[in-house]
Design a protein around this ligand. Structure first.
Ligand code: NZQ
Ligand code: ZN
Length: 393
């Protein structure tokens, strides 16, 4: 096991009616003037947005708002939010939504705390933020895990670059998780969420460090649980047990716990972010598209690790390590297909791409061919290109 330091400080308020505690928790973390951040339509049409505004008013909190966050959230809306929050003198930031809204909120909070700096300097790696403002979330989709993660991913729509930063500053003060708030999700978004939760675990599982048994078992059981309750959620969106399991697994999968003592790989995320940045496809769908090709490209680096995954998650217990490894990849791909996730470019809806486009994707992924990315199989531009080619059908 690698040495590690672990701190996941976000307070969790889980269960039916949890959103009613928002004012109490905001005040606990020093908030008096709140900026409420939300997405395109779902919170409005479900009536949740109005209910949350009433909750804040009844709790004696002043607030302003910014809506219209799109999936693959845009930098320009973050700038707008920062300006509005500074004018209003907001001292607390409340996200009402999923990963896109929460990441926008994290970016606005960092921007308000650093008004002299263009936040893209942080997201492009030119500068490192040293302070932020307090924030929390009311989660409406189980997927990205941003409600407890140290990460925030923003798309610069002018360049098509989707970039994330990881910093302890991104850990929210609290996360309000009421599984009933996810009952209105379209099945496609539930499936994208299931995929993302599995992938946050797999991207940490595939590393070469051995003798990390407890973390391995946590990861394997989490994936099995998400497969089981993901299937149940897709049959009935109002299954409280299924939605609760997905919600809690979504946070645990990405708060760092499922990868303790190992390095982080995140190859499929890096390959997928380029697809989302260029084609604006849903994050979970981009991961299902890239993972099977990535896995087939790299499994020979450590077939025993893939065989262990196949055996402990998918029950594959016969054949050589190589055969079990391949079976585990195939069963993961079949599960993605079962939940109607794409596993190649044409299923993703972007069609088969020219070599020139694949070349550009590989170039962006490796910062113009100057960097290797990921750790299980460090990928240079040629590796990324080969993997994109495998998915390009
Ligand atoms: O905009 P509205 O109308 O609200 O619709 C949203 C959106 O279209 C809808 N939705 C959310 N809650 C709903 C609902 N529809 C009906 N009922 C509800 N209760 O779902 C759609 C997707 O929302 P989004 O927030 O984009 O989903 P998700 O949570 O999957 O977040 C994806 C974003 O998070 C980033 C991704 O790259 C992507 O940009 N990620 C953030 C991470 C982090 N900060 O730790 C880690 C992840 O790996 C990921 O990269
Ligand atoms: Zn993800």
């Amino acid at each position: 096991m690698q040495s590690f330091e672990y701190c996941s400080p976000t307070e969790i308020i889980f269960g039916k009616g949890a959103e009613n505690k928002a004012p109490e928790k905001i005040k606990k973390y020093g908030g008096t003037r709140v900026m409420l951040v939300y997405g395109g339509n779902s919170a409005k049409s479900s009536g949740l947005l109005d209910r949350v505004k009433d909750i804040l008013t009844d709790g004696g909190l002043e607030f302003t708002e910014i809506g219209g966050v799109k999936p693959n959230p845009r930098l320009s809306l973050c700038y707008e939010g920062i300006k509005k929050a500074l004018d209003f003198k907001a001292d607390f930031f409340l996200a009402l939504g999923g990963g896109s809204v929460i990441d926008t909120t994290k970016a606005i909070a960092i921007g308000v705390a650093n008004p002299e700096t263009d936040i893209w300097d942080f997201w492009s790696g030119k500068k490192t933020p040293e302070c932020t403002m307090p924030m929390g979330s009311i989660l409406t989709i189980s997927a990205a895990g941003s409600e407890t993660s140290d990460s925030a991913v923003i798309t610069n729509e002018e360049t098509g670059k989707k970039a994330g930063i990881n910093t302890p500053l991104n850990r929210p003060e609290f996360a309000i998780m009421n599984p009933e708030l996810t009952y209105t999700l379209p099945r496609y978004q539930i499936a994208c969420g299931i995929t993302d939760i599995i992938m946050h675990t797999l991207e940490r599982y595939f590393a070469h460090e051995e003798d990390n048994h407890f973390t391995d078992r946590v990861a394997e059981e989490l994936i099995k649980n998400v497969v089981k309750y993901g299937r149940a959620a897709l049959i009935s969106r109002k299954d409280y047990v299924a939605m609760s399991e997905l919600m809690w697994c979504g946070s645990v999968s990405h708060n760092g716990f499922t990868g303790l003592g190992r390095s982080r790989d995140f190859a499929a995320h890096k390959l997928g972010h380029e697809l989302s940045g260029r084609f604006d496809v849903a994050h979970g769908a981009s991961l299902a598209t890239m993972w099977p090709s990535w896995a087939r490209y790299v499994y020979q680096d450590n077939p025993e690790r893939f065989a262990q995954y196949a055996e402990n998650v998918w029950g594959v217990n016969s054949g050589t390590a190589e055969e079990r490894a391949r079976a585990g990849i195939r069963m993961t791909e079949e599960f993605f297909k079962e939940i109607k996730m794409p596993t190649c470019f044409s299923e993703l809806g972007i069609g088969v791409q020219d070599d020139a486009v694949l070349e550009q994707l590989a170039d962006m992924c490796t910062s113009g061919g100057t960097k290797k990315v990921a750790v299980f199989h460090p990928m240079d531009k040629a590796d990324c290109l080969a993997i994109y080619k495998m998915a390009n059908h």
